[in-house]
Design a protein around this ligand. Structure first.
Ligand code: SAM
Length: 472
């Protein structure tokens, strides 16, 4: 039954295969010889199968776990260097016809304020986001064919790209909307989106159906096969994720890797990103009502195991996580984080009045973007506002080939420095500016090719003189 090349959800996410994988992992969690063999394979940096990865996730030998963490750190460094890409979510509408039990946007929730931004309000939000320094957004919306039809999403994307406030620019719009048709994915592609992101929530079909009792999202196969339709519609950067806390994390982890294997097998391109959201408190949602919450330690192990199993994938962590937790997983494989986020519909331009709560979940990391940029640099990470790859057509298999051969670093590192300089010149506080200038000076030395280094120095000077948007 299990077939990674099948187009049927229940065949590429085969329940029996996951159950057998978990049993195999349990049997071998102390099998030193096997674990060493898997680690040796992981060191080749070509990834692991879901079975091998599941053994590492369960591994209970402390020294081997240390090796897993160390390898995750090295692989992160090899593929992504010390750059961390910055983004912010923009909630367009929380109207929703689904009945997701974990999400406060569910249709029956009468206590949440329902809002849908007009194009004028979107423009105001985008100006506020640009004034913070953001260049990359992830737009979010509930599923509602009447209130949030595809035409509304497309118009909103157009509005976002059209706003140029002072030196501001949104250069990449990623989209997190409900599973849709090939035709609609094609329209999103034509609108110039970056990544299409859709969280599976849970790969466990039975739980999935219980957690989504009503609405179009109830259809497990339609949801699980969405990435295939997206790719058929021409979107070649897709982002996977599960909502940890709904089902057993070991089950989700295996499902996630099988989904990545499926995309590689069928489309020749794995997931551009993997997100690792954890369930949070929200309007009428109490995470304690769900039995499968995971602690920070298991969370960190999941991040490390994803990093060594799918080395080329970007890994995203949102402000659902605290500063402390983010600090831990940044080193283990996370390559993209959000900052200064609001999860309400509107709220960037003007804070939302307390009696009008439209938030999707409580944010844990409430720091400003400037504070986050400062904090990253203190830890020696380069905050990157780069959006060059997809604008240069380095998407899908082109990105993967470059990333797998680690060529991507030759342009990513200089691009990170140039976009950081834009941030420093336009938006940073004096303290952040000072720290950033120091970082850029130091990082220039690690550009190996003299010619590239000289070009970057020249462009940095031009940025300081007011020119913008240079990239390799
Ligand atoms: N409605 C779209 C869909 O069905 O995929 C868009 C996604 S929604 C705006 C973004 C994501 O937030 C969801 O996929 C879900 O994983 C996550 N989410 C929902 N409720 C949450 C909660 N209480 N805590 C943390 N994340 C939550």
């Amino acid at each position: 039954m299990y077939n990674p090349s099948s187009r049927k959800a229940e065949e590429f996410i085969d329940h029996e295969e996951i159950v057998e994988t978990l049993a195999y992992a349990q049997q071998n969690k102390s099998n030193l010889e096997l674990i060493d063999r898997i680690l040796a394979k992981a060191r080749e940096r070509k990834g692991l199968s879901h079975r091998e990865a599941a053994v590492l996730l369960d591994c209970d030998i402390p020294e081997k776990n240390e090796e897993i963490y160390e390898l995750a750190r090295q692989i992160k460094q090899d593929f992504y260097g010390n750059r961390i890409v910055m983004f912010a979510p923009l909630y367009l509408s929380n109207y929703c016809v689904n009945g997701c039990l974990y999400c406060p946007y569910h249709m029956k929730n009468k206590s949440i304020a329902r809002k849908k931004l007009t194009q004028e309000e979107i423009a105001a939000e985008v100006i506020a986001l640009q004034d913070m320094g953001h260049k990359r957004l992830a737009i979010e919306a509930g599923e509602d064919p009447v209130n949030n039809p595809i035409e509304y999403i497309l118009e909103s994307i157009k509005t976002i790209y059209s706003i140029h406030h002072k030196n501001g620019d949104i250069r990449r719009v990623n989209v997190n909307i409900a599973a849709t048709t090939v035709e609609n994915y094609r329209k999103l592609k034509e609108a110039g989106i970056g990544t299409y992101i859709l969280f599976q929530e849970t790969y466990h079909k039975e739980s999935y159906e219980k957690l989504h009792p009503t609405g179009p999202k109830h259809d497990y196969a339609y949801h699980t096969e969405a990435m295939d339709r997206a790719m058929e519609g021409g979107i070649d950067d897709v982002g996977l994720g599960v909502l940890f806390g709904l089902e057993l994390y070991r089950y989700e982890f295996a499902g996630l890797l099988m989904h990545a294997e499926h995309l590689e097998a069928v489309h020749g391109v794995g997931p551009h990103t993997i997100s690792v959201p954890r369930l949070r408190r929200a309007d009428d949602i109490d995470p304690d009502d769900f039995d499968n919450g995971i602690d920070d330690e298991i969370f960190a192990k999941i991040v490390a195991c994803i990093r060594i199993s799918v080395p080329y994938t970007g890994m995203i962590i949102s402000t659902r996580e605290s500063k402390q937790c983010r600090e831990k997983v940044l080193g283990l494989g996370v390559s993209q984080i959000s900052g200064g986020s609001r999860t309400s519909v509107g709220g960037y331009a003007e804070p939302e009045p307390e009696e009008e709560n439209s938030e999707q979940f409580d944010v844990s990391d409430k720091r400003t973007l400037d504070e986050i940029v400062h904090w990253l640099m203190e830890m020696d990470y380069i905050p990157s506002f780069c959006t060059a790859c997809y604008r240069e057509g380095r998407t899908g298999d082109r990105f993967m080939v470059l990333c797998k051969s680690r060529q991507i670093q030759n342009c990513c590192h200089p691009n990170a420095l140039m976009t950081l300089q834009e941030y420093l010149s336009d938006y940073a506080s004096p303290d952040t500016q000072r720290l950033g200038e120091e970082m850029i000076r130091k990082e220039l030395e690690s550009i190996p090719k003299e010619q590239v280094r000289n070009t970057v120095i020249e462009k940095l000077e031009k940025i300081k003189m007011g020119e913008r948007d240079f990239y390799f």
